[in-house]
Design a protein around this ligand. Structure first.
Ligand code: BES
Ligand code: ZN
Ligand code: ZN
Length: 502
């Protein structure tokens, strides 16, 4: 019997992001006033009662700490709340802090149960970037901070209906706010897909969701089942999937926003819908979050949809090999040798290093698009978490200029990225004794690089290729002002890679 299929009702209504008008100021039930500890809050643009202005100044006076927040009902201007957020010192204000402050503002508005929020953007301006970029980051992170996964709960969270932005009539900010909102909202889709339990989010269900999402924005989506993958000799995906009673899928998303003659960028995302480890079973403490092991695939779905929704004049292909890694009498075994689509044989040293095995076939499939750039994204290794902690995803590519460029784009996007070495010396470690390539190395040294090196064996035909290991940033935490569970890591980075024209 199949699993009960939970249809994800993606957000029934999204938060509306609008430019502030006299009407929206009047309609707002909450005014968000960010200010620096070394400057008085600027409320001149709000037609408030002088008594309230004085009240705000008194409240803000003692507030000094970064992200310190106060909430109050205005005593004179009736039925309006204010949320004051202290940003610390003006001279210490950065884009990274803007990201966190925006999320915390959304969380404060939610807990204050406000419906129509008015926010003054000018104080949030980061001096190293434009007001437009500031607005985009604000809108995106207001969305990201407000996210909560409540699909399986009876009690639904409070929902903010609209946000009106005050940026003193700069109409170029309108478009920036909308772009930020799109990126934030598509990140919700990614987090919903990843957070859905493994019993419901099977490979076939992931494929159905990709089709549903893609259809909204003119992305063509199809998926190959096990029969078609057998014809293509995808021994990697089929090998990993053998222990599962769920059918594996290769999800293919195509967005042609530029002339077909222009070579596309191909994204390849790991779609392990549940990673038990297989016969090399994980301990239970390491297994409970493994429904998130399709986070790379989800990021690809969200990024392709966002790019299409923004109508970017680019060509982007998304490939998501989706399978479940389970132990059973049919499972692939340690010591087995799988024949990949590329013809290279993979000697399985550990069935828990399954991500790279399914990605190998998807990378080979990518060759038919003659891409100008291939980016794969995967929750690939626990070793990347040990190396980087929670704040950066790992970047692996032998092309060091490309690694530098990706890390720089990471900083712009808010998906912070950091390079791991990919020198030729590491290649010797993954040479197989029985097959061509080992899927993992016995020692625990350089685990993230080993994963990257394995994938590189299947990416040598591409002019440029980069692997993103998002295991470190797979989940949110309170210091990131993100709800627990899936963080949507890599979605913004993939979008920004394409937008930057890399
Ligand atoms: N999905 C895991 C990696 C992972 C671990 C992601 C923790 C997020 C959080 C991957 O398939 C895996 O199990 N990797 C092994 C590789 C090892 C057997 C070489 C690991 O990291 O331990
Ligand atoms: Zn694994
Ligand atoms: Zn895995």
């Amino acid at each position: 019997m199949g699993n009960q299929c939970v249809i994800i009702e993606q957000f029934k209504f999204y938060m509306r992001h609008v430019r502030a008008t006299p009407q929206s100021i009047k309609k707002a039930d909450c005014l968000v006033i960010p200010f620096f500890s070394d400057k008085k809050p600027d409320v001149a643009f709000l037609s408030l009662d002088p008594g309230d202005k004085k009240y705000i100044a008194t409240l803000a006076g003692p507030m000094k700490g970064e992200y310190e927040c106060a909430q109050a009902l205005l005593p004179y201007t009736l039925e309006k709340k204010i949320i004051l957020m202290c940003l610390g010192l003006r001279t210490a204000w950065t884009q990274r802090k803007l990201v966190i402050a925006s999320r915390k503002i959304a969380q404060a508005c939610k807990s204050a149960k406000t419906l129509n929020v008015l926010i003054s953007c000018v104080p949030l301006r980061v001096s190293s970037i434009t007001l437009e970029k500031t607005c985009e980051i604000l809108a995106c992170n207001l969305e990201m901070g407000s996210y909560e996964f409540s699909q399986y709960k009876e009690r639904q969270p409070h929902f903010i209906e609209s946000i009106a932005y005050v940026y003193s009539g700069r109409s170029t900010c309108d478009a920036a706010v909308q772009k930020g909102a799109i990126i934030g909202q598509e990140t919700h889709v990614v987090r919903n897909l990843a957070n859905t339990p493994g019993g419901d989010m099977t490979p076939r269900h992931l494929a159905a969701e990709a089709k549903k999402q893609g259809k909204k924005y003119g992305v063509t989506v199809r998926s190959l089942g096990e029969k078609e993958m057998t014809d293509l000799k995808m021994g990697g995906i089929l090998g990993v999937s053998r222990g599962s009673s769920e059918e594996a899928q290769l999800i293919i998303m195509e967005y042609w926003g530029a002339a077909k003659s222009k070579k596309p960028t191909v994204f390849v995302g790991k779609g392990i819908t549940f990673d038990s480890g297989g016969l090399d079973l994980k301990p239970s403490s390491a297994m409970d979050e493994m429904h998130l092991d399709m986070s790379g695939g989800a990021a690809v779905i969200g990024a392709v949809c966002a790019i299409a929704r923004m109508k970017l004049k680019v060509n982007v292909i998304g490939l998501i090999p989706a399978a479940e890694n389970m132990p059973s009498g049919q499972s692939y075994r340690p010591g087995d040798v799988l024949v990949s689509m590329a013809g290279k044989t993979i000697q399985i040293a550990n069935t828990d290093a399954e991500g790279r095995v399914i990605l190998a076939d998807a990378l080979t499939y990518a060759e038919r698009y003659s891409p100008s750039l291939v980016v794969d994204i995967a929750t690939l290794t626990g070793a990347a978490c040990i190396a980087l902690g929670r704040f950066a995803l790992g970047v692996c590519t032998p092309d060091e200029d490309l690694a530098r460029a990706v890390c720089k784009i990471g900083e712009v996007s808010g998906d912070y990225a950091w390079p791991l070495p990919m020198w030729q010396e590491y290649e010797a470690d993954i040479r197989g004794s029985v097959g061509d390539i080992l899927n993992t190395v016995k020692s625990r040294e350089a685990g993230a690089t080993n994963g990257g090196m394995f994938l590189y064996q299947f990416a040598k035909k591409f002019p440029r290729w980069v692997h993103l290991d998002i295991a470190p940033t797979m989940t949110g935490s309170s210091d990131l002002a993100l709800a627990r569970g899936a963080s949507g890591s890599g979605t913004r980075l993939l979008i920004e890679i394409v937008r930057s024209g890399l």
